[in-house]
Ligand binder design. Structure first.
Ligand code: HEC
Length: 182
């Protein structure tokens, strides 16, 4: 498939985004709408998808330099190579974003794992505007990943607040169902 299927294990999306894509499908890809599913199945599959990603922070032992240095280096890589599509604040709205049918990822709404980002940066996303970056070094890839993850963490709270409203009263604001328990 072009673009290839989105990697649900290595990229964390807010519940609102998972619900939107399940309900509407994703134009420009093979992903169809699943709005005909019975509500209980729709909720179950959304909850399952939300449970898949594992995007742990980089352990200190895996960091080549301290976090603030990584962040600053990551910002340099991002501003040089990525911002023209992904936007200087990572919202997917850079000056070249409109050249592509499928918009560049909005990093406020996607937490990438180090493995997932590394794969995408080395290989690109075939069938989309996301190019491969064969000349970036492993250190540059680590740094830019730390930097793009920082956008998600900045807007973590905002994303949760935007999650789909519950119609049954059983789903919490973040879609996980636990926080309503009195
Ligand atoms: C020429 C435009 C362009 C540039 C430059 C660009 N990207 Fe992308 N990027 C995209 C598009 C378009 C997508 C959405 C791909 C899709 O539809 O799945 C994307 C998606 C991504 C994703 C999410 C993977 C996914 O499946 O959606 C990551 C991570 C990413 N880009 C990182 C980067 C990094 C890091 C850089 C800089 C080194 C960069 N990109 C530069 C266009 C670009």
């Amino acid at each position: 498939m072009r673009p290839v299927a989105f990697d649900l294990a290595d990229f964390r999306l807010p519940a609102s985004e998972v619900w939107r894509v399940l309900a509407d499908g994703e134009p420009g890809t093979a992903m169809p709408s699943w709005s005909d599913l019975p509500a209980s199945q729709f909720r179950a599959v959304a909850d399952y998808v939300l449970s898949l990603p594992a995007t742990p922070p980089l352990s200190t032992a895996d960091q080549w330099v301290p976090e603030p240095v990584l962040l600053a280096a990551g910002q340099r890589v991002f501003d040089t190579h990525c911002a023209r599509c992904h936007g200087s604040d990572g919202a997917g709205d850079g000056p070249d974003a409109r050249l592509y049918r499928r918009p560049p990822a909005n990093f406020h709404e996607m937490e990438v794992s180090f493995a997932g980002a590394g794969y995408v940066i080395r290989n690109g996303v075939p069938g989309s505007g996301m190019p491969r970056w064969p000349l970036l070094t492993p250190a540059e890839i680590q740094a830019v990943t730390v930097y793009i993850r920082s956008f998600y963490h900045q807007s973590d709270a905002a994303c949760r607040a935007e999650s789909p409203a519950s119609t049954s009263g059983k789903i919490s604001k973040n879609g996980f169902g636990e926080e309503d328990v009195p």
